[in-house]
Design a protein around this ligand. Sequence first.
Ligand code: KIV
Length: 268
Amino acid sequence: MNTRKVTTLSLREQKAKGEKIVVVTAYDVTFARLADRSGVDVVLVGDSLGMTIQGNANTLPVTLDEMIYHCRAASRGVSRAHLVADMPFLSYQASMEDGIRSAGRLLKEGGAEAVKVEGGAEVAPLVERLVSIGIPVMGHVGMTPQSVHKFGGFRVQGKSDEQAEFISAGARALASAGAYAMVIENVPGKLAAAITQAVDVPTIGIGAGPGCDGQVLVMHDLLGLDPDWSPRFARRYAELGLATRDAFAAYAADVRAGKFPGEKESTK
Ligand code: KIV
């Protein structure tokens, strides 16, 4: 396994060499450490934690303090991978100053190495400012979950020519503003591939086909942690939800039968 530290620069080199970039979310030290040791390139402390960890219907309720808390925990497990934290809803949309302070806190208190913001041309001035003061920014275009109510649900974006041009223009604006990478979420594969050709920074797809420079999955979807739900575009690489439920049940059965603790687990 490559032990070289992943950075904003090495990610750009990966794009130049045609080496796919692997991104996964994690929200605490245990899973961040496992992800890091598996050799993934980027650990993303996503505001998807509002759904996966907090049980909300969307990401809007997540606060900056919650993002910092989870990022700080995850940062303790990451050494080789590049660590990115999401800027949560309303931590950067109201003013430039909000954006700078929020991003700064994610690096200073959360231990993040970069922040991710949702949106295209409308966030480009903030991206430019953050980059100018030394904060690397990953963009996020397409079906941006913080705009779920504008979209009328978590729906595929970019199907019409007008939407596709809007998303492409946003991606180009992010790259021009200095974003070092960008997520492209839930858009037709052809559009994501065209954006990937058009911008010189790595694109990371989710529900956006194989034409991106890398892929990101939410760890709960990849690990099958919710046995009852999986998005259409995710692939399960394990059934940890069922395995965990079975382990809890086996423990409960042992306790109830007086089989745990046994001789081995008891203090002499
Ligand atoms: O919040 C998140 O986990 C994300 C990824 C799905 C890209 O933004």
